[in-house]
Design a binder for this molecule. Structure first.
Ligand code: SF4
Length: 414
């Protein structure tokens, strides 16, 4: 605080507004009505989140997807999301150890008429046909539904090993039984390679992948998105805020004059930097939807406002985001695990550990971080302290101090 008591300086105000992020208030410059959005609602003037075609599947989905780990006590968030046109709901059998799926099941028990209007997605981390059947049945029971709109294999990083002929046969069988409508996978690392490989397969309907202002400008990602679009695969962007992967990097570049100017510029136009990060992703029309964690009504509303805001980002806005991405690169792991993990011995899962760190420090979700961390292969933690990272650090495009970050993450989560 500076100047008069109780009055924020310009710099402090911009910092505070930026820190408030998606939770901060925003008034849409011009909001969509149901007619604009081309979706049907009971009141023609009711504002609803618009829809986009989900690849060539013939399904339209809301451009905003309800993600995160909502609990049974969050029923009002589900209700308000639905009423606002957020009809794409995302979960996984692992979220909250099943509690997220159960909360959705309780919602459908109370509002059974809403089930058919929701595009429901869940995921499991297996490529074994019997396990897929067992886990799908568990998810169906938990969510009080006879079918899932799109079933995803979670955390795919090598399509050739994980999307096997056995998986293809399983997906076709589940579709013919009517227990799933569409099939696909989620990808948190090596996304581009997996997307390019999936585009050639011909039996993947949808992919949910890390995609944001840092990744979308990379040539490899542009090629991967184009290939999927041509193949008719529906794309859902996740991790759109590109949150920092390590606690001691959390403030890199975020308080520089350039970063503050960027925040100020967006605020003048009526949205926060976090909302601008959503808007830049939506500008690529090949992205059907953004999956966003919306853990409370305030953040839900900020996301909705961003989806309804029709003002396009200028070229200057995009350049500011790109500059910020460059300045803060060493704090963000872009998931290109094939680069660093082949440059270290002992099979250290670098990208996975950095993701655990991101959940713990960037998202404040320690439970999720620990759940993932505890699933790392036996010995991975010990190996972190034995491995030599010099080659990996030289080849990392983000210039991350990999050894230092990994050791700190293991000390913190181990
Ligand atoms: S540490 Fe660097 S090379 Fe490894 S996945 Fe992350 S960004 Fe890519």
């Amino acid at each position: 605080m500076s100047g008069e008591k109780g009055i924020l300086s310009r710099r402090e105000f911009i910092k505070a507004a930026g820190a408030a992020g998606l939770g901060s208030a925003l008034v849409p410059l011009r909001s969509l009505t149901a007619a604009d959005a081309g979706t049907s609602t009971t009141g023609s003037e009711q504002m609803v989140v618009p829809t986009r075609p989900f690849g060539k599947t013939g399904v339209d989905v809301s451009i905003l997807s309800l993600g995160g780990v909502l609990k049974d006590t969050d029923q009002l968030v589900f209700r308000q999301a639905f009423k606002s046109g957020i009809t794409y709901w995302d979960t996984a059998d692992s979220y909250g150890w099943g509690s997220n799926e159960k909360a959705i099941g309780n919602y459908f028990a109370k509002f059974p008429g809403d089930r058919k209007k929701v595009f429901l997605v869940t995921k499991t981390a297996s490529s074994n046909a019997q396990e897929l059947s067992d886990k799908l049945n568990t998810s169906l029971q938990r969510m009080n539904t006879p079918y899932i709109d799109m079933y995803l294999i979670h955390y795919v990083s090598d399509v050739s090993k994980e999307l096997t002929p056995e998986v293809k046969a399983w997906a076709e069988s589940a579709k013919s039984k009517g227990t799933i409508r569409l099939f696909g996978f989620s990808a948190h690392k090596n996304m581009e390679n997996s997307m390019l490989a999936a585009a050639k397969l011909g039996w993947v309907d949808g992919i949910m992948m890390s995609y944001n202002y840092r990744l979308m400008v990379k040539d490899e990602m542009k090629r991967a998105v184009d290939a999927c679009a041509k193949a008719g695969i529906g794309l859902t962007a996740m991790k759109t805020q590109a949150t920092f992967s390590a606690n001691f990097y959390a403030s890199i570049g975020s308080e520089t004059d350039d970063a503050l100017k960027m925040t100020e510029n967006f605020l003048k136009k009526g949205y926060t930097t976090e909302q601008a990060k959503l808007k830049v992703v939506w500008e690529n029309t090949h992205i059907a939807s953004i999956c966003s964690a919306m853990p409370n009504m305030t953040i839900l509303q900020a996301n909705i406002d961003a989806a309804l805001n029709k003002q396009r980002l200028s070229e200057g806005d995009k350049q500011r985001l790109e500059q910020y991405a460059r300045e803060t690169a060493p704090g963000y792991c872009s998931g290109c695990a094939h680069i660093c993990e082949s440059a270290v011995d002992l099979g250290v899962p670098i990208s996975d550990i950095l993701r655990c760190s991101m959940y713990a420090h960037g998202y404040g979700c320690r439970d999720m971080a620990l759940s993932l961390f505890n699933r790392l292969p036996t010995g991975a933690r010990d190996n972190v302290f034995k491995a030599d990272y010099s080659k990996a650090e030289k080849s990392c495009p983000q210039k991350i101090q990999i050894g230092r970050v990994l050791k700190r993450a293991c000390e913190d989560l181990g």
